[in-house]
Design a protein around this ligand. Structure first.
Ligand SMILES: Nc1ncnc2c1ncn2[C@@H]1O[C@H](COP(=O)(O)OP(=O)(O)O)[C@@H](O)[C@H]1O
Ligand SMILES: [Mg+2]
Length: 187
């Protein structure tokens, strides 16, 4: 039995390279991870622990996420409130309210990296492969200019299975590229 209701699942909303996102009821979204589909239990565990770490370091910005686990721990779906949002763009950082939150997120990133050695995916797959992304696709801006993290994925794998090799390679690339790209947003 699946812990979510197929009949309540609506139209496809988006994909950032990892989660397939659909409407759920009128006010929520449901997300299915590609990594979970590829790796099962270890990826479900990662989603749980990543979210816990996210709550530890980024609580004021993290969108509440309900993680529904099924198939005996081998699959999961994530449910979140559906928010009105757009990607954070470099030019937004000129707005004082946004700048303040962005700097706060950056110092929280540094604190997490100092204390755990981990970094989270800010740009998403689509941003990372762009020549010079003008937006940070895992930081979203609401109409009230509040920054929200809808997608909190640590660029880290606990143990690497052979079939996770593509994901591991993307992570290595992302770590290198993100550090370079962020500089462009901090200038
Ligand atoms: N809670 C949400 N409310 C509204 N739109 C969302 C929500 N979560 C995701 N989306 C949309 O789906 C896209 C992909 O979601 P995301 O969680 O970033 O997936 P990925 O892990 O693939 O990057 C987002 O860019 C956004 O447009
Ligand atoms: Mg994303």
């Amino acid at each position: 039995m699946k812990p979510y209701d197929k009949k309540r699942t609506g139209k496809f909303i988006g994909w950032g390279g990892e989660h397939f996102v659909f409407a759920y009821d009128t006010d929520k979204v449901i997300k299915f991870s590609l990594h979970v589909w590829l790796s099962g239990r270890s990826a479900v565990e990662k989603i749980k622990t990543d979210y816990e770490i996210g709550q530890l370091y980024f609580a004021p910005y993290l969108l509440p996420t309900e993680i529904l686990i099924y198939k005996n721990g081998h699959a999961c779906a994530e449910i979140q409130p559906k928010i009105q949002c757009r990607f954070l763009e470099k030019k937004d950082i000129n707005t004082p309210l946004i700048k303040e939150q962005f700097s706060d997120i950056m110092s929280r990133c540094q604190k997490m990296e100092r204390e755990t050695g981990w970094v989270f995916d800010l740009f998403g797959r689509e941003g990372l492969f762009r020549f010079r992304p003008q937006r940070i696709s895992n930081i979203l801006v609401t109409p009230e200019d509040k920054l929200v993290l809808i997608d909190f994925t640590l660029l880290h794998l606990e143990r690497i299975k052979a079939r996770e090799l593509p994901i591991w390679l993307i992570i290595q690339f992302a770590l290198w590229r993100q550090a370079k790209l962020l500089q462009h947003f901090k200038d």
